[in-house]
Design a protein around this ligand. Structure first.
Ligand code: GLN
Length: 251
């Protein structure tokens, strides 16, 4: 009986040790005190390169979350289409990429509380005959692969009319070269692209309004709770608003 007991104890100890590794003192399932964020750094003002550094709203919010959790932030740049997979496989702890909360994505990952709002808008050449969303019917529409803009455009106007690009700026480049008639993309990156390229404008009619949130592996509810707690504190003390104001100029 005694032997049985010590065997059980030894086993319990081994299990505890196994579960323990890879966790921080706070019990988070992140490795070595580093919080890794997956993103696609071609989405200004949410994430973009300044020299070799990735900056922007998401980078700063993630940095503030990491600080609150006592972790060091590491940002991994990848195609937008790979972010959810990298969170699912545990390559990254979370994804922040101006990512819209959708029911389809919720099947694959969890979302934190929302920290910003986005609007899908339409960019066209200044002299375009496209004046409303309905005018997009039968036109060639450029989108960023696997984004909500891509999904809505395929649903509403047919996949055969939608050209998918890996990066938002590739879609905008194709528009400036006359290869496509319009680009559907989130409003803040759209403003950046129109400012950086001559002869483009954003349609006044907004296409779809959405919520942005961080995505986290479904099994890591501990991290989800910690991120939500950090986000609520950062909202309450004005940090999130200050970050948004820094990057988004009021009109
Ligand atoms: N908000 C859009 C989405 O989640 C686009 C995000 C992005 O391109 N980074 O699909």
């Amino acid at each position: 009986m005694k032997k049985m007991l010590s065997l059980t104890l030894a086993l319990a100890l081994v299990v505890a040790m196994l579960c323990g590794c890879g966790s921080t003192e706070k019990g988070l399932t992140v490795k070595d005190g580093v919080l890794t964020m997956a993103t696609n750094a071609y989405f200004p003002p949410y994430e973009y390169y300044e020299g070799s550094e990735i900056v922007g709203i998401d980078a700063e919010i993630a940095g503030a979350i990491a600080t609150k959790l006592g972790l060091k932030l590491e940002i991994q740049d990848m195609e937008f289409d790979s972010i959810i997979t990298s969170v699912q496989t545990g390559k990254a702890d979370m994804g922040l990429a101006g990512m819209t909360v959708t029911d389809e994505r919720l099947q694959m990952i969890n979302f934190s509380n929302t920290y910003a709002t986005g609007v899908q808008v339409v960019i066209v050449p200044e002299d375009s005959d496209i004046a409303s969303i309905d005018d997009l019917a039968g036109k060639k529409i450029g989108v960023q692969l696997a984004t909500t803009g891509d999904i809505y455009a395929c649903d509403d106007f047919g996949a055969e009319n939608v050209e998918e690009y890996n990066k938002g700026n590739d879609a905008v480049l194709a528009l400036t070269q006359g290869k496509i008639d319009a680009v559907i993309i989130d409003n803040e990156p759209a403003k950046n692209y129109v400012a950086a390229n001559e002869g483009l404008k954003i349609l006044e009619t907004e296409y779809v309004t959405e919520d942005y949130a961080a995505c986290i592996n479904k099994s890591n509810t501990e991290l989800l709770d910690q991120i939500n707690k950090a986000l609520e504190e950062l909202k309450a003390d004005g940090t999130i608003d200050a970050i948004l104001e820094k990057y988004i100029s009021a009109e």
